[in-house]
Design a protein around this ligand. Structure first.
Ligand code: PHE
Ligand code: ZN
Length: 880
């Protein structure tokens, strides 16, 4: 280990803290250049741990003074930690005062206390509090907080922290103060403060029990008219958690504050959630339907953390999925419940599964594969992953499936009865759900079920069928395997709930049920059938696995036409499209020509008299390039891109009349509303417009591009406007250029819209290698700023992580660009740099010469001296 290099942390090494901190009084004199922090704590020795020195975490702090019981004391600074050896003996509480300063204006990492647009914000999860003061920065140390904020009154009129405002007033020299007391004990990662020129929308609500609460959404002046949807989402969230889980709001005041400089989506600080503006601000002219849906789900997510995360928190960071997997499950259920009808719920489910399969499955198959509850990390920031979040949510969903809706609610109640106010583990959660449901499959199989927490990798379920016509018996064999992942060569069978149905050739359902697969191989048989049925397996995506079944086209077409399970109906279309894409990819010298049955089936769905528009849009969207790539041993991204584009072009031309009909038939009149029905109609109309512009490309017919341009100009909402712009860009029409220019001019003062403008260009289909030069040029644009994470993501990530066809260039120029940006970002914001570093996770599967070039680019980054732990961990694992 080099000097200053951190060591790998292991879950097995967990030790309880040597001291408890009962109370914390923090006093801030806020100043961008030099903020003074006085931290007065009451501590006591943990009687369950052998006597040892107190070691407080700290990072980039200037230490001025340390007092114990009001007296000066000796201390050491060791590897960033403040070490105190001469503390009072015995178990009596004692007082420790630490006086430090920090430089928020220089904090480009956006962890700890930082400045954005001349306001102060904090971000403490996971280990940001140590950048504010010396502390036991670990989630199992829970304390009561009192916070005094002092700042210039004119520059920082609003002073916020967790809990309740108990005092405020004037000071000398134009300064003022506010004092906040949080009535709930909390780990320090939930601490927050905000100070600045902000305005708020507020709403008083009464809970079911009659309790009154004040809800507030704080934004910069000028953005207030964009907060209505966030506020409504918050009101819905409060009502939902009470109705569905009996969990009320436990605070008089609940605040959301938006900032445009934020590393992640949002943060659940107790009573003072801090959000990326992307998940707060919306107006019909600046936000799309997708933005509205995302705001609803992120507001819900952070609010639901108030119970799952804050009231019961994590013992250590290896347990992150305890709060994140559970809270994602809860926000998914929230969005489904608000969507209402079964078909709208199914659409949400399909979207969630699509995220899991395009982002988490590759993670689980690559060098960063880790269990939902990881065993080790170098930098915890690298483990805020789709595995911990989305796969973690699927694990909770399987428990829900195994114990049922009421059983799950009972389990949640028991979980809070047992653990309210505690810092616990994933085991504690699973145990509570199982104990509340004695006799359930979950209770019976709990130790085996918990392998979902400890084993990495996506299990594969191999299904095969035998039809005995003479006996009328249908036999299904289900097997399971799981490929090796780094550090886990051998896997044990897991518990896999397989929801299934059998259909006859008329589409009637002959049988249905839930089979809980536990062995490496099991057999199910069905008697008394007249003819060979079509199996609909893994309905609703009942487990996060890859289902392998040798479906024939006829079976898939039958499922697409008749399955009562909307998820598998969609899945049938995906399988049909995927099989074709894989065949074309494998035959580089054959033309990409779609067969009539497939095209007719797609037309049948598009023209279907009763299916929802949103569902049709999902069915008619081909599997993503990333998803296609995941099915292959050796990946040539430009080839996959070419195949998918060619398939799309054929669907555009073969269904032209149908797309025209779809466009005309799905126009939405009246006032803008982002509800599922209207959103679905706009989405389908947008997909139709893209295909019509693509068809026009082949025929050089200017009519549809002209209509798209017209729609782009007169659209009354951002969804229609952006879809029209995107249709022009995606089809490569010459009108794209003036449209992009006009779009920029219209929205030059709307940061979130400019992000879309950058992202659209960086994600455009590659035509002769044109995207990278455009991206390099956009880096020079006056509106580009690499220090702003949203802007960096919109340009750099949209190219490197979301545009494989353009990024994986045979001349390796994409990789050169990537390595330059990773190193540039690492010096500014390691957390963001490490995310970008993951764009080359799957380098090992690339076809040569891409593979060698990618490896070289990663090695170049790895060789840089002074890499952050964040990036070092990613590139080291990639090369291992
Ligand atoms: N805990 C936040 C969430 O998922 C995510 C987050 C992690 C935000 C780390 C900031 C920093 O709700
Ligand atoms: Zn979360």
């Amino acid at each position: 280990m080099r000097e200053g290099q951190a060591a790998v942390i292991h879950r097995a090494d967990y030790q309880p803290p040597a001291f408890w901190i009962d109370t914390v009084e923090l006093c801030f004199d806020l100043d961008p250049a030099k903020t003074r922090v006085l931290n007065r704590m009451r501590l006591r020795r943990n009687p369950d741990v052998p006597v040892q020195p107190l070691r407080l975490d700290g990072e980039e702090l200037n230490l001025a003074r340390v007092l114990v019981g009001g007296q000066g004391t000796s201390f050491k600074l060791e590897g960033g930690q403040l070490v105190l050896e001469n503390l009072p003996e015995g178990h009596e509480p004692f007082e420790l005062e630490i006086f430090t300063t920090c430089a928020p204006a220089k904090n480009t990492k956006l962890m700890g206390l930082y400045v954005s647009n001349d306001s102060f914000f904090t971000q403490c999860e996971a280990e940001g509090f140590r950048r504010i003061t010396y502390f036991l920065d670990r989630p199992d140390v829970m304390a009561s907080y009192t916070v005094l904020l002092r700042a210039d009154r004119r520059r920082y009129p609003v002073l916020l922290s967790n809990g309740n405002l108990v005092d405020q007033g004037e000071l000398e020299d134009g300064r003022h103060y506010a004092k906040w007391v949080d009535p709930h004990r909390k780990p320090c990662y939930l601490f927050a403060l905000v100070a600045g020129q902000l305005v708020c929308r507020e709403q008083r609500i009464a809970s079911r029990s009659g309790q009154e609460h004040l809800l507030q959404v704080y934004v910069r002046p000028g953005d207030l008219d964009k907060t209505e949807h966030a506020m409504n989402s918050l009101i819905d969230s409060v009502a939902w958690d009470e109705a569905r889980f009996g969990l009320p709001l436990d605070l008089e005041r609940f605040m959301i504050v938006a900032t445009s400089d934020f590393n992640m989506g949002a943060m659940e600080n107790k009573g003072l959630n801090i959000f990326n503006t992307k998940y707060v601000l919306a107006s019909q002219s600046t936000a799309t339907d997708t933005d509205y849906a995302n705001i609803e789900s992120v507001v819900g997510h952070e609010y639901f953390h108030n119970w799952t995360g804050n009231r019961v928190t994590c013992r250590d960071w290896f347990q992150l999925s305890l709060k994140e997997g559970l809270t994602v499950f809860r926000d998914q259920e929230f969005s489904q419940d608000l969507a209402g009808e079964a078909s709208a719920r199914a659409v949400k489910r399909i979207e969630d599964v699509r995220v899991l399969r395009t982002a988490q499955f590759p993670e689980d198959a690559g060098p960063m594969a880790h269990p939902v509850r990881p065993d080790q990390y170098l930098e915890i920031n690298n483990f805020y992953t789709v595995t911990v979040y989305e796969k973690g949510a699927e694990v909770v969903r399987m428990m829900y499936t195994l114990v049922g809706r009421d059983g799950f609610r009972r389990g949640m109640q028991l979980y809070f009865q047992r653990h309210d106010g505690q810092a616990v583990t994933c085991d504690d959660f699973a145990q509570a759900i199982a104990d509340a449901n004695p006799g359930s499959k979950l209770a019976e199989l709990l130790p085996q079920f918990k392998r979902w927490y400890s084993q990495a990798g996506t299990p594969r379920v191999q299904a095969s069928a035998r039809w005995d016509a003479a006996a009328g018996t249908y036999t299904l064999t289900l097997g399971q395997t799981c490929p090796p992942t780094p550090g886990q060569p051998v896997k044990e069978p897991v518990v896999i709930p397989v929801a299934y149905g059998l259909l006859d050739d008329q589409g009637r359902e002959l049988a249905s049920g839930l089979h809980v697969l536990t062995q490496a191989s099991e057999t199910l048989s069905f008697q008394g059938l007249q003819a060979e049925p079509v199996p609909s397996l893994l309905r609703g995506f009942s487990a996060p696995v890859v289902l392998e079944f040798d479906y024939g086209d006829a079976q898939l077409l039958a499922l697409l036409a008749h399955d009562t399970d909307p998820f598998n109906r969609w899945e049938a279309a995906q399988r049909l499209a995927l099989a074709r894409a894989l065949r074309f990819v494998a035959q580089p010298h054959e033309p990409v020509a779609l067969d009539a049955p497939f095209v007719d089936a797609m037309r049948g769905i598009l023209r279907h008299p009763t299916l929802d528009a949103a569902f049709k849009e999902l069915v008619l969207t081909l599997p993503s390039e990333t998803y296609i790539a995941e099915q292959l041993e050796v990946v040539d991204p430009p080839r996959i891109h070419a195949v998918r584009e060619a398939m799309r072009q054929q669907l555009a031309q073969a269904l032209q009349a149908d797309w025209e009909w779809a466009w005309e038939a799905h126009q939405v009149g009246g006032a803008y509303r982002p509800d599922p029905v209207s959103s679905g109609r706009r989405a389908l109309a947008g997909l139709a417009l893209t295909h019509l512009c693509l068809a026009a490309r082949a025929s050089a017919d200017p009519v549809w591009p002209g209509k798209a341009y017209q729609r782009f100009k007169d659209a009354s909402n951002m969804t229609d406007r952006f879809n029209a712009l995107s249709a022009l860009v995606v089809s490569g029409h010459e009108l794209a250029r003036p449209a992009l220019q006009r779009f920029h001019a219209m929205f030059k003062d709307e940061a979130l819209v400019l992000d879309k403008w950058f992202a659209l260009q960086a994600g455009a289909p590659d035509r002769g290698g044109n995207v990278l030069p455009a991206v390099r040029q956009l880096m020079q644009h006056p509106d580009f700023n690499i220090r702003n994470p949203n802007r960096a993501r919109s340009l750099i990530f949209s190219y490197c992580s979301a545009n494989p066809g353009a990024f994986h260039r045979p001349d390796a120029a994409g990789y050169v660009f990537w390595s330059e940006r990773v190193m540039e970002l690492d010096a500014i914001n390691p957390q963001v740099a490490a995310r970008l570093a993951r764009a080359l996770d799957r380098w090992n599967k690339l076809a040569e010469p891409l593979r060698g070039a990618a490896r070289e680019a990663i090695a170049r980054v790895a060789a840089k001296p002074d890499l952050s732990n964040d990036v070092r961990e990613i590139v080291t694992r990639a090369l291992a």
